[in-house]
Write a protein that binds this ligand. Structure first.
Ligand code: NI
Length: 189
């Protein structure tokens, strides 16, 4: 397994491209990419990672919440239905040093294949899983959480390397520095 270089916003148009469905999911190339994505997600300390972020346009995402014993490998992830609306704080590995407050769905439905081709169904998922599914599915569609920022004050800087404060791909809670930054109404440069 290998850690793949992270692709950052503004430097790489691949973050704005739509990933293509994986057809030959048992191929050594795809299986190796999955392993490398898992390793990279651990290295960059994310709750999830999408293939675009490591320079691939295969429709693959990995999610592992803090309490999950194993990473969820999601090939050809699609969301089919969303319900409700809620405020969440979010970060992204491709945009270190920033967090934003946006609206996400309360419940999401969708499907994917695991690395062996077995179908995984999501039925009205909530909380961090719902948020991560939306965030990663967006990556695969060339979208970023900043697309949903409604007011520039809702996007603020946090100290890079404060992952334990919640920064990283999908932050469940704003860290103390994020709250401090937000209270100062720091604006987007
Ligand atoms: Ni992200």
């Amino acid at each position: 397994m290998a850690v793949l270089p992270m692709h950052y916003i503004d430097k790489d148009p691949i973050l704005r491209k739509k990933a293509r469905k994986v057809k030959d999911l048992q191929s050594p190339e795809i299986q190796r990419l999955i392993d490398d994505m898992i390793e990279s997600m651990y290295h960059y300390r994310g709750v999830g990672i999408a293939a675009n972020q490591v320079g691939s346009l295969h429709r693959i995402a990995i999610i592992q919440r803090p309490d999950d014993p194993e990473p969820l490998v999601l090939l050809n992830l699609e969301l089919t239905r969303k319900e409700g609306e809620r405020e969440v704080v979010e970060g992204c590995l491709s945009m270190p040093g920033w967090q934003g407050q946006i609206l996400r769905a309360e419940r999401v439905w969708g499907q994917a294949l695991d690395r062996h081709g077995k179908r995984i169904r999501f039925k009205g998922e909530t909380d961090l899983l719902a948020q991560a599914l939306e965030h990663e599915c967006d990556h695969l569609d060339g979208k970023l959480y900043i697309d949903y920022i409604r007011d520039k004050a809702d996007l603020y800087e946090v100290e890079v390397g404060q992952e334990e404060d919640g920064e990283g791909e999908v932050a469940p809670e704003p860290g103390p520095r994020a709250v401090e930054a937000a209270s100062k109404q720091e604006t987007l440069r």
